[in-house]
Design a protein around this ligand. Sequence first.
Ligand code: DAK
Length: 258
Amino acid sequence: MTYQTIIVETAEGGVGVIRMNRPKALNALNGQITDEIFTAMEAFDADENIGCIVLTGSDRVFAAGADIKQMADSSATDMMLGDDFTDWSRMSRINKPIIAAVSGYALGGGCEIAMMCDMIVASETAQFGQPEINLGILPGAGGTQRLTRAVGKAIAMEMCLADRRLNAEEAARYGLVNHVFPVERYMDETLALARKVAGMSQVAARLTKEAINQSFELSLNDGLNYEKKNFYLLFGTEDRQEGMNAFIEKRKPTWKNR
Ligand code: DAK
């Protein structure tokens, strides 16, 4: 598959890297780039050699939001049918862990697509915001929901109602991002984290990601039951046997992802 708006590469250790690349539009997310991002993610998800996916932009900008020029003439029905605007829920169906490596602007849909990833590593120049209110709209891909769960009501309200931007250090303090590194290092550090995740059993990683995500959907009791079922399920895998044997035999496990 050839892509026009993203660069897709594989990195050492089973890591798939997707780099958004519409520099003139500050990686504004139109239908083409979102379709390409989700298509590339789906391909990595189906590739047994890939254990973790990294989504990134450039050092200047992660993504400045959905493409305002594309949306400007859309009707409510256009937006609802998603003709111009790919179905973002495709990303929720990716089973492999995804890490966002964010530098510069992560605004509107840019902040939202970062929050759809499982972890966020930021450079010191990262800036997170939901400025949609300036356009007379509200966030449409998780800015009122995932952001509130991540940073709490007070900060989410200020970000969505008053266009408060979080710098990288604030985003780390409020629990939105995992790590902050100087701009020269954030990508290498993201790849190191991704390699670590990719080095785990893929079946264990998949069921772990799924169980954590269920904590946003279920009551505590239902979530604990969900976790337990996934835990029991892993006892049926070759990797569980290998992981425990390797521990007892004081060696590194060799995963079969089965
Ligand atoms: N859309 C389209 N073009 C954009 C853009 C955007 N979001 N952001 C920047 N650009 C373009 C600019 O128009 C400019 O193009 P030219 O004029 O050169 O042709 C070029 O990128 C460079 O931008 P600037 O000249 O403005 O650069 P500055 O460094 O001065 O400023 C900035 C950078 C990021 C502060 C500024 O560009 C800015 O404020 N951009 C808009 C940020 C914003 O409001 N984002 C929220 C957009 S609404 C949904 C999914 C997602 C969404 C909704 C629904 N569903 C699945 C239902 C999301 C909605 C949004 O994100």
